[in-house]
Design a protein around this ligand. Sequence first.
Ligand code: C2E
Ligand code: MG
Ligand code: MG
Length: 723
Amino acid sequence: MTELPEQAAAETGASASPREPQLLRRALGAQALIWKSRLSWRITMIVFITIMMVQAMVMVYTARIQEQEELATLWREARAGIVMSIGDTRDQLRPPVNRDEGLNLISSTLVQGFAVYALDQGLLQTSGSHTVLRPVNSPVALRTFRSSDGGTYEVLYTPDELARPYYVAAKLDARRVKPSVVAHVEQTLVILLLLACFVTTVLMIVLGEWLLQPMILLRQNLLSAAKHPEKPVLLRPARESRDEMGLTLRIASDLIRQNASNLKRLRAQAEDRIHRLAYYDALTNLPNRTFFIEKLDEAIRQKVLQDKGRIAVVSVDIDHFKDINDTMGHDIGDRLLEAVGKRLVKSLPRDALVARASADEFMLMIPLPGDASSEVIINTIVTSMAEPVSILQERFQVRVSVGAAHAPDDGVDARQIVKNADIALTRAKEEGRDTVRYYSEDFDRVVQQRFQLLRDLRLALDHNQLQLHYHPQFNLSTGQIIGVEALLRWWCPDNSREGGRFIPPAEFIPVAEQSGLIVPIGEWVLKTACAANKAWQADGLPPFRIAVNISGVQFHRADIVQQVETALRDTGLEARWLELEVTESVFMENVDVAIATLDRLHKLGCELAVDDFGTGYSSLSYLRLFPIDRLKIDQSFVRNALVNPGDRMIARTIITLGHSLGLKVIAEGVETSDHENFLREDGCDEVQGFKYTQPLPEDKMRAFARQHFHLVSDKGNVVPLKS
Ligand code: C2E
Ligand code: MG
Ligand code: MG
C-alpha cells in the first residue's frame, strides 16, 4: 500500500536525502491536495450520487413492502375480530353478526364498518361505515381498496379466509399505516445516508491512498523534473507498493533519474567540449592564447604581485613555416607543429606553460625564482630545435625566432606582457630570424611609429601621394639607355615650407610588406610603370625596358602573374619592355614555387633580374634553375670595391658567374668614374647610379631620355657615358 505523503521520502536525483521539515510540508501539501483534487471529488460525487440513487430505489421498494406489511397486519387483525364476531354457521333467522358484537367490533377494533354477504353474494347485513367492495363485482385483484387519503382500507374477506360461510367487506382504519411507513422511510434514510457517507469516505480514503496520492506524488516528481531536469527532487513513498500505481511511480522515478543523469553527463561533456574548444588548440592539444593569458594573469597575481618571483613570457615562431606548409602540404605542416609543441613542452621546466598562440607561434610562460635569468632556459629551447624533425622519412630543420618579455620588468598586465613578447619576436624576425630578442621599451616606440606610418600609408594610397621616380640604366660599352628602374616615392604633405617631404622606400616598404599593403601598392607600381613606359614610347622615344621591384610578399602572396598580365593588358605595353626585379632571398624562400612563378612570368615575355645580388644566401647551384636574364650587383660591392679588395673580388665573381650562366650583369650604385672604370674592366654589361643622374620624376625622365636619344642620334648611336 502506498504510504501517506507524511511518510514519503524525497530524493534528489539518484541519491535520496530526506529533508524532514521540507518533506513534512510537502506531505501535508499532498494531503491537502487530495481533498482539492478534482478527480477525487468527481469520483466521490459520482459514487455518492450512485449510492443515493440506489438507496432511493431501495427505499421506495422497502417503503412499499413496509406499507404492504402494515396493511397485511391490519388485514389480519381485522380478520381476527370479524372471525370472533361472526357466526360460523348460516342461520336464516339471525344476522351473521349480532348487533352487540357488531357494535363492539366497530368500536374496539380497526373495523369502521362492514357488510356481510351470503355465499350467493346476496347482502345480509351492514354495519358502521359504508363499504364499496362487493363479492360479485370483486375479482381477486380488487379485493382491497384504499381511500385516496390513505385513511381507510377496505378489504373483502372470502369464506375461505374467514372459515365462515360469508363474504365480508370491511372498512378498516388505516391511519396508522402512513406514519409507520414514514418512520420506516426516515429510519432507512438516515441509515442509508450514513452508509453512503461511510462508503464514500472509505472510497475516498482508498482512492486517495492507492490512486490519488501516488498520482500526486508522480505529478510532483514530473513537475520537479520539468523544473530542475538535472536535479529533480524526487518524492518517493516510504514503502514501495507493488500495484500498478507503485510500478508506474517507480518507472517514472527511474526515468526521471536516468534523464537527469543523462542530462548531467551531456552537460558535463558539452561543458568540457566548450572548454576545450575555447581554451585548447585542437591540433597540438596545447592551451590556446586565451587560456594562456588567463593563466598568465593568474600567475602574475599569485606570484609576481606577491613578490614571489618573476615570469618570463616567450613567443616562439617557426621560421618560414608557411613555406613548409605550401610546399610540403598542410599535413606535414600540422605534424611539424605537433612535434615542435612536444619539444617545447619537453625542454621546459614542469611549472612552465606552453600554448599555441597562432598558426606557427607558441607562447611560453616560465616562472623564474627570484632574480633568475630566462636566458639559460631560452637557450635550451633554441638548442632543442637543433635536431631535425623527422616526418614521413623526411627530416626538417626547424629554426625559430624567439621574443621574450618579463613580468614585472616589462609590465604586470598579462596582455601587455604577451604583446611585448610579440614585439620582441617581431624584432627577432626582422633581424634575420633564427634569433632571440628580449623586449626593450624602444621596441614599443618603434612599433607605435610603425602603426602610425601604416595608417598614413593607407591614406597615401587612397590620396595619390605615391609617385614613381625613374632611374636610368645604361649599356656600359655603348652608353645607351637600355632601361629605367621604377622607384617608389611617397610624398607626404606636411606644414613645412616645402609643403611635404619624400619618405624613402626603405622606411615604408617593410611596413607595407608586413601589413600586406604592399600587394595593392605593388599593383599600382606595376600599372603606373607600364603606363609611363608606354607613354614614352607613344611620345616617340625609342623603346627601352622598365624595371619594377617586386617584393617577396607580393611575389608569394598575390597572384603576381595575374597582376603583371593585367598591367600589360591595361596599358598596352609589350611584355619584353617590362623587367621584374626580385631579390634572391625571395627565390630561396620557396624554391619550387619561385621557379614555377618565374617560369610563368618568363613565358609572358617579361625579363627577370635578381636584385641586390650577392647580399643574400642564394645557392649558386639553384641559380641555373631560375629562368632569369640579369644579375644586379648590389651597390654595396660597387661602393666598397675600390677600398675593399674583397668586395671588388665579389663584384668580379658575380660578373663572371653571370656570364658563365649566360646572364647579363648590371651594377647599381655607380657614383663615380672609378666605379664605372673598374666595372668596365671587369666586363660588367650595364650600369645604374647617381653618376649619371638621380632617380627622376616622370616628366624629367622623359626630358632626360629625349635629350639622351637626341645625343645618340647626333653622335651616331654612341653616347659616351659622362665622366
Ligand atoms: P633597389 O631595388 O636596390 O633600388 C636601388 C636603390 O639604390 C634606390 O634607392 C636607388 O635610388 C639607389 N641608388 C641607385 N644608384 C645609386 C647610387 O649611385 N648611389 C646611392 N647611394 N644609391 C643609389 P631607393 O629608391 O631608396 O630604393 C630603395 C629600395 O626600396 C629599393 O632598392 C627597392 O628594394 C625598394 N623599392 C623601391 N621602389 C620599390 C617598389 O616600387 N617596390 C618595391 N617592392 N620595392 C621598392
Ligand atoms: Mg631594384
Ligand atoms: Mg638593389
